[in-house]
Design a protein around this ligand. Structure first.
Ligand SMILES: *Cc1c(COP(=O)(O)O)cnc(C)c1O
Length: 397
């Protein structure tokens, strides 16, 4: 079967549930930091599959490691041990400083596990079932019921109420707002270290430090969602490492597998020893050998390619160039972010700009209606910054 791009799109709209307003493009393959559609048109990628393809496309050693695991064994079940998952857990512990790892298949599932962890921790302390979790306004944690219930954007939640209940929303970066919600039923505070979908809002250092202090004083668990901002995107392996504020529980996904769907939630030993036990939680596919092999290959390539150093270096240049663009175009009213998770806020919806950029061969995505999210693969070089700026400047002029 060989059809045109438009014919495929028509088929898709007949067969797939319409839960996305997709751009009218069928991507066919990738190479380095470029994507190609079915017609062979080339695009510079500044979305990276929404923060997934940290290594870009076609990293040979990563691909070979995944292929070798396909030929060896894909799945065994969590009733048995497998080497790739054991090695992947070791690497996650090494880079995160966390002590216990549970593997999932997605970010939302990692969040579900984190929620169960903090509830169980509190339950073991007092035997009660009325514990509250404080989450942040404008946060995003995923689409499953638990993750949705702690997501701060009301329009995502409204049609699906009631959620899991006992969730309170505080203002991100407003410590008084958090304090006003704390009571003796509060069992956890959760925040993205850098808010992604909500418009690229980094947490303030003082805010995270205050959260840590409150949590320590009251034995409340601090949970950082690093699904989007983690895995090197901020310039540190996990964004909280740049703040020097360590969570009790954290989540990862997206770039953790660089294309193979994996996620994880991790915790300190103290939480690990006082929360989920055998029978409390499980998954069929989570922690399968394929995912484990992918995670191991990702960390190996990060070391080999010096990914964190590249992010630190090239993101400074990216920041300067985006600042220049912001000064030049009055439609842009704010520029913020760190590393390769930056945002340009406009005084208007950004849909048209994204469409024009796509026509000119640049893949961009929004974060909320008025913010363009700048989220390239972590291996881009300065020349790719220049290429992006040239196209975006032209589109805005
Ligand atoms: C994408 C994302 C999720 C959800 O991950 P999925 O893999 O899509 O379920 C959760 N939290 C944050 C911060 C995200 O960016």
């Amino acid at each position: 079967m060989s059809m045109t791009m438009n014919e495929y799109i028509e088929e898709a709209e007949k067969d797939l549930l319409h839960t996305y307003n997709r751009f009218p493009i069928v991507f066919d393959r990738g190479e380095g930091v470029y994507l190609y559609d079915l017609d062979g048109k080339k695009y510079l990628d500044y979305v990276a599959g929404i923060g997934v393809f940290a290594l870009g496309y076609g990293n040979k050693e990563y691909n070979d490691a995944v292929k070798a695991q396909v030929d060896k064994i894909l799945h065994t079940s969590n009733y048995y041990y497998n080497v790739p998952a054991i090695e992947a857990a070791k690497l996650i512990k090494k880079y995160s400083g966390m002590d216990r790892v549970f593997f999932t298949n997605s970010g939302a599932e990692a969040i579900e596990g984190a929620i169960k962890t903090v509830r169980k921790y509190a339950y073991l302390k007092d035997g009660k079932t009325d514990h509250e979790i404080i989450a942040m306004e404008h946060s995003f944690h995923g689409r499953t019921m638990g993750a949705l219930s702690i997501t701060g954007t009301e329009k995502y939640r409204a049609p699906f109420e009631p959620g899991i209940g006992n969730i309170r929303f505080a203002k991100h970066n407003d410590i008084d707002s958090v304090k006003s919600l704390i009571n003796d039923r509060t069992c956890a505070i959760i925040t993205e270290t850098i808010q992604g979908e909500g418009g690229i809002h980094p947490s303030d250092k003082a805010f995270l430090e205050e959260l840590r202090k409150i949590c320590d004083e009251k034995d409340i668990l601090l949970v950082f969602d690093e699904i989007q901002c983690g895995m090197g995107r901020s310039g540190e392996m996990f964004a909280w490492q740049g703040y020097g504020v360590k969570p009790d529980v954290m989540t990862s996904a997206k770039a953790l597998g660089c294309g193979v769907p994996v996620g994880a939630f991790m915790m300190t030993e103290k939480v690990g020893q006082n929360s989920l036990v055998a029978g409390d939680h499980g998954t069929t596919y989570g922690g399968n050998p394929l995912g484990g092999a992918a995670i191991c290959a990702v960390f190996e390539q990060y070391e080999k390619l010096g990914v964190l150093d590249n992010v630190k270096e090239v993101s400074k240049y990216l920041y300067e160039k985006l600042d220049e663009l912001t000064a030049k175009h009055s439609q842009i009213i704010d520029h913020r972010g760190v590393g390769f998770i930056q945002g340009l806020e406009f005084n208007c919806p950004v849909g048209d700009i994204i469409n024009k950029a796509l026509a000119d061969g640049l893949v961009l995505i929004n974060a909320g209606t008025n913010v363009i999210r700048i989220m390239p693969p972590l291996v881009i070089k300065k020349e790719h910054v220049d290429e992006m700026i040239t196209i975006l400047d032209k589109v805005l002029s």
